[in-house]
Design a protein around this ligand. Sequence first.
Ligand code: MV4
Length: 444
Amino acid sequence: MFHKILIANRGEIALRILRTCREMGIRTVVAHSQADTDSLPVRLADESICIGPAEARASYLNIPSIISAASITDSEAIHPGYGLLSENAAFAEICRACGITFIGPSPEAIRLMGDKAQAREMAKQAGAPVVPGSTGPLEGVDEAQALADTMGYPVVVKAASGGGGRGMRVVRSREMLARAFATCQSEAAQAFGSSELYLEKFVEEARHVEVQVLGDRNGIRVHLGERDCSVQRRHQKLLEESPASAISEATREGLCKAALAVANAVNYVSAGTVEFLVERSGEFYFIEMNTRIQVEHPVTEMVTGIDLVREQVRIAAGEPLGYKQSAIRASGHAIECRINAEDPEHFVPSPGTVTAWLPPGGHGVRVDSHMMPGASVPPYYDSLIAKIIVHGRDRAEAIARMQRALAETVVEGVKTTIPFHQKLLADPVFVSGEYALPRLEVGL
Ligand code: MV4
């Protein structure tokens, strides 16, 4: 097992990883930017090292600086967390070349699943249902036009190197396609360095349901159930829950079977998430696979009792998972609310200093947060300041518990999305569990 792990991330996930490492008796080094010198993860780590100025490009995305930090501190492994370099295949390759264990999947798996057009083909070959669409990347707008005419509108043009909603455009009529195609091409080239696009039939008002998978180095792979992440705003997840309340047992089994088939097809190692769209009919389609631990992983931890970060570290150290699918039991219902330092009406970031902080507590309440009185919320990074996760025997109890937890949370000095969540959890459509992705009015 590792003696020391460098955490190449910040905020709540850095603290989350640090906590599990401490329980495992592993020393931690938190690599931080100048903006995070006084942050809670830095205070609680065994060691800390500054990797650059506030701007992420010069610090948290600065590969030479992070590799040097691992080397200087004699860290045997690096945990990338989520976002930042967590799905950067080149970074994983450089770690391998420098003899530093990257706590995550292989560079090959990251690269393959990072190409969403290739991932679709892999999923198809693995037997997972995919949305009707192009086979691999589109040759050009003529191929897109012919395919869309065959499938019918609406369709969605997606960047092969996009993902998470980035570089995708819904097209509702034939006249809009050529322009959407050209716009996506140039945006993709600019944002991702590749203008490759693919096309899919647009699935209206589906749910966004994802399956958590874990794979060890001996080819043992298990799923840990699903998470419903349909409550989103502009591709930003706001609330996640498990189990998904409006899917049948048959659909659940189908999703988990398909997720394992995709993970097995790429010989997946570490924690990963296979994303699907689920229609009201129960039909489901693979859309992409995320090769990192996700923000919403605590929802799965609360219903299964499995510490996913601990499993990632054990797997990276070459340990066997040690249990089979039959040993995994999900119980109860978990909900996570992402608390962002944003204006609750318009979701505009509200950086500043937290002058008062009182997190919720009590039975079935978990708070993953790096906040403390006096903590700064810098403008350089995402605005997530806390995740409140609750567990109840059923969805109604979880909703009531979350309402109570939100009501007792005190955050002063910055605006937060707490009022948004309080309204959402009282909304009859949400409480009914029958909500679906909003019908998209995505223009050019
Ligand atoms: C789709 C889709 C409907 N039809 N693909 C969004 C990000 C990435 N996970 C894939 N996403 C979607 N792909 C087809 N063929 C709906 C989504 C989607 C979504 C789209 C727009 C706005 C919010 C969304 C939330 C979840 C999923």
